[in-house]
Design a protein around this ligand. Structure first.
Ligand SMILES: Cc1cc2nc3c(=O)[nH]c(=O)nc-3n(C[C@H](O)[C@H](O)[C@H](O)COP(=O)(O)OP(=O)(O)OC[C@H]3O[C@@H](n4cnc5c(N)ncnc54)[C@H](O)[C@@H]3O)c2cc1C
Length: 417
């Protein structure tokens, strides 16, 4: 382990690992980077994914905008072996008349998005990271304390061999939604409890999904079924995200597989034929949380530590990836001009450039969640009218889809909702 880095990233999850690759790319390998991850690094493997925090049993819908970023990082050609294309999105409201269908052909895109199992995403990111000698992955180790110094931060780490310390021009805090480092630095969060819990699981289905992602709103909460690649036996599968009021989630986690499938079938219908099998279920309590400060001299807060969104619109990681790429470009350019990676004006410039995207994406996810979780009849009518309008109007649909895909910028970012 070295003692002085240009950038040290605390947290080697989906966001921390992506940021390290982006920094490496944009600086053409000129930055000395460390990623500190408290969970042990899994063994190197090209044959199967391994589960660990962040790269767990979930799947992630990657937007078309994220594909463009991964292409630029030269990762897409590997990632695309593990993604299922989203060719259509069907949005519907159980027991009501509204429904909308979006096709990739309408936007002349090859796909509206891509679904990847988090474990595979982790495999690809971590395997690429290991190839770069200027990036040190320090694991298992955790960043325990941060002390601001004149032009750097000093970091105390708890590693396998005991306590150690190092310094960095820039510390990126990417340690997740319950960020212990933000707490230690007195960075407060605005938290809006949704009082909902997402239960995720892979579901084997009788009929192939044909590249359709389903977003279904029910009285109990939204259900998303995202297309996955078939399993090794060729069995068609979709990734379920079923959002429950928090008081009901424990019961749902304890239903037998038969009861779980029967109840899901009743809510979701027979769009995918019979629901045959449910994989391991995992529950995630949901809240919107936003760090009140994202940059300080020599410090940036990223990913879930900066903003943690409801998963209904599939935006959290996509937004964080755009943040990470924007930060990497600015830091690489600053260092090339002889500035420090942690220069406050550079970090403030980064935050200004991402401010609108962060605000609009957060509002988009939040409004969608609240509109579709609400049982009031007037809102129920409004959302069904909305779905019908969405289906009828090509410009509205294109804007909605482009917003969800994270590829609209500037003034066009006004909300379609
Ligand atoms: C059910 C569900 C479905 C979702 N679906 C989508 C989707 O389809 N599309 C999308 O864009 N987003 C989705 N998201 C959001 C997405 O999962 C998050 O945006 C993403 O996981 C954030 O990653 P992260 O690296 O910031 O945080 P985390 O995944 O929490 O990673 C933090 C890492 O930091 C490590 N760590 C913690 N403390 C320390 C320390 N002190 N020192 C060192 N390491 C530390 C942890 O071990 C962990 O590996 C979904 C979220 C949920 C809950």
């Amino acid at each position: 382990m070295d003692v002085d880095y240009d950038v040290l990233i605390a947290g080697g999850g989906m966001v921390g690992a992506s940021l390290a690759l982006s920094l490496h790319k944009h600086s053409q390998g000129q930055l000395k980077i460390a990623v500190v991850e408290s969970f042990p690094l899994p063994p190197l493997s090209d044959t199967g994914p391994s589960y660990r925090p962040s790269f767990d049993a979930r799947s992630t819908a990657l937007s078309y905008g994220s594909r463009q970023i991964f292409e630029n990082l030269e990762l897409w050609s590997t990632l695309e072996n593990h993604v299922a294309d989203i060719l259509n999105i069907q949005v519907s409201d159980r027991g009501h008349f509204g429904s909308a269908l979006m096709h990739c052909g309408e936007l002349e895109w090859p796909a509206l998005g891509y679904v990847i199992e988090n474990a595979w995403l982790g495999n690809v990111l971590l395997n690429h990271l290991r190839r770069h000698t200027n990036v040190q992955f320090i694991s298992p180790a955790s960043v325990e304390a941060v002390t601001p110094m004149a032009a750097k931060v000093q970091l105390d780490l708890q590693a396998e061999g005991g306590e150690t310390s190092c310094s960095a021009s820039l510390l990126v805090i990417a340690d997740g939604a319950d960020s212990g480092l933000c707490q230690r630095l007195g960075i407060h969060r605005r938290v809006d409890e949704y009082a909902q819990t997402a239960v995720i699981a892979n579901i084997a289905t009788e009929l192939p999904h044909g590249g359709t992602a389903y977003e279904r709103f029910t009285a109990e909460g939204p259900i998303a079924m995202l297309p996955l690649l078939p399993d090794e036996q060729g069995q068609s599968r979709s990734a379920l995200v079923w959002t429950f009021p928090e008081d009901d989630a424990d019961a749902a986690m304890n239903w037998t597989d038969e009861v779980f499938l029967a109840r899901l079938q009743r809510q979701f219908g027979h769009r995918l034929g019979r629901l045959l099998k449910v994989g391991q279920r995992v529950a995630f309590p949901l809240r919107l949380s936003f760090a009140e400060e994202q940059v300080r001299r020599n410090i940036v807060v990223m990913g879930n530590a900066a903003h943690s969104l409801h998963p209904v619109a599939g935006q959290g990681f996509n937004l964080a990836l755009r943040d990470a790429d924007a930060l990497a470009q600015r830091v690489a350019a600053a260092v090339a001009q002889g500035l420090s990676a942690g220069e406050l004006s550079v970090l403030q410039g980064y935050l200004r450039s991402q401010h609108t995207d962060q605000q609009v994406t957060t509002l988009f996810s939040d409004r969608l969640t609240k509109l579709f979780s609400n049982r009031q009849p007037v809102l129920s009518l409004a959302r069904n009218m909305g779905l019908v309008m969405l289906d009828a109007s090509k410009p509205i649909k294109s804007r909605f889809t482009a917003r969800a895909a994270g590829v609209i910028k500037g003034r066009d970012m006004e909300l379609p909702l």
